[in-house]
Design a protein around this ligand. Structure first.
Ligand code: NAP
Ligand code: FER
Length: 337
């Protein structure tokens, strides 16, 4: 019945200092577990790779448990039920589960979430209909609260979160400016997603470009990256502007976190509000957001791009690449058919 004899998992072999390397990961094999009463045996189809995983590899204060060397890498997968010891699921059902970087797991049926394959392709339950999509939706609509006519800037704009932020911004009547790391990504923002402008932060001066594109200033900034990109945006904020701190990916591989926020004096003049948030702050509203996003996809008002890497063995390389902008769209690993 089972194709693989053994289960495979990626563990954190050693805590990375600075940029992770292959040596920070180790593959561990184990027997495929047998589900107990109330459990389901699931087989991973797609595995999500997300920037927050770098945070789990770091020691220090966090909203979540940090990994210790030898622990299986944290993460969410979309999987198929292969054996069920629960009334809740049948063999063949598709679920989303927090089993980490693993090919198989036996887990309590109450710990997984059903995925509706008729809503959209199942891979989207890790992307636009999953955690990154929820992040975009609530970070924009509940934290930044844009008004029609606002100028919205989003960084890491072609990524899993950023692309959704910009498109929902457009649906809400914003003028959207995206910042991304290649010409190809910027062209995609404008030609495929309908953003007004794309700024390539590796080739262009973010502050100068923004001051010419939006001389009246930026009303809303959805910050995914921090660092020099955000310095350039902060120099162009409008009166009563809002900044949502979603991520600071430019800092995730830093061996030492820089002390203190920078460049804040101008916020006095502009009366800017800066607010950090976590996608889980809005968990009670996720289902409503998921169905609204699914409707927008069906209506052709939201597009999404996935970057699918084939093969479980390639997860560490793909993850290292994510922290360097190698991905173009939501990064997934295809683990099995
Ligand atoms: P993503 O944007 O699909 O991929 C990450 C992208 O970040 C890369 O492709 C790269 O794109 C960009 N990047 C990497 N290093 C950078 C640097 N030094 N400066 C500027 N950009 C850099 O990832 P995602 O899943 O959508 O996540 C985006 C952000 O949201 C991350 O910061 C993540 O931590 C955050 N997040 C937060 C929450 C929350 O609850 N607060 C939830 C989910 C995600 P370029 O080629 O454009 O550089
Ligand atoms: C993320 C980046 C940071 C994220 C969560 C955090 C869920 C939280 C960081 C912390 O607790 O220090 O992408 O996604």
């Amino acid at each position: 019945m089972m194709t693989n004899i053994l289960n495979r998992a990626w563990t954190m072999a050693a805590r990375p200092i600075g940029e992770p390397t292959q040596d920070n990961f180790a593959m561990k094999e184990s027997v495929i577990p047998a589900p107990k009463h109330g459990e389901v045996l699931i087989k991973t189809l797609y595995m999500s790779l997300d920037p927050y995983m770098r945070g789990r590899m770091r020691s220090g204060p966090s909203y979540a448990t940090v990994l210790e060397p030898g622990d299986i890498m944290t993460g969410e997968v979309v999987a198929r039920v292969e054996q069920s010891e629960s009334q809740k699921y049948n063999v063949g059902d598709i679920v989303r589960a927090n089993i980490g970087w693993q090919e198989w797991a036996a887990v309590g049926a109450h710990t997984v979430n059903r995925v509706d394959p008729n809503l959209a392709p199942i891979s989207t339950s890790l992307g636009i209909l999953g955690m990154p999509g929820m992040t975009a939706y609530f970070g924009l609509l509940a934290v930044l609260k844009p008004r029609a006519g606002d100028t919205l800037v989003v960084s890491a704009a072609s990524g899993a979160v950023g692309a959704v932020v910009g498109q929902i911004g457009k649906i809400n009547g914003c003028e959207v400016i995206g910042i991304a790391g290649t010409e190809e990504k910027c062209a995609y923002l404008i030609n495929e997603l309908g953003f007004s402008h794309g700024i390539n932060y590796k080739k262009q001066n973010v502050s100068k470009e923004l001051s010419s594109i939006a001389p009246a200033g930026i009303d809303c900034y959805f910050d995914n990256v921090g660092g020099p990109v955000s310095d350039g945006v902060f120099e162009n904020l409008a009166l009563k502007s809002r900044v949502a701190i979603c991520g600071q990916i430019s800092q995730y591989n830093a061996a030492e976190t820089p002390k203190g926020p920078r460049n804040l004096a101008s916020l006095i003049r502009t009366r800017t509000t800066v607010e950090g948030f976590l996608v889980y702050d809005f968990v009670l509203e996720h289902e409503v957001a998921r169905s609204r996003i699914a409707t927008w996809i069906k209506e052709g008002r939201l597009k999404y791009k996935e970057d699918v890497v084939d093969g479980f063995e390639n997860a560490p390389t793909a993850f290292i690449g994510l922290l360097n902008g190698k991905n173009f769209g939501k990064l997934l690993v295809k683990v099995s058919d």
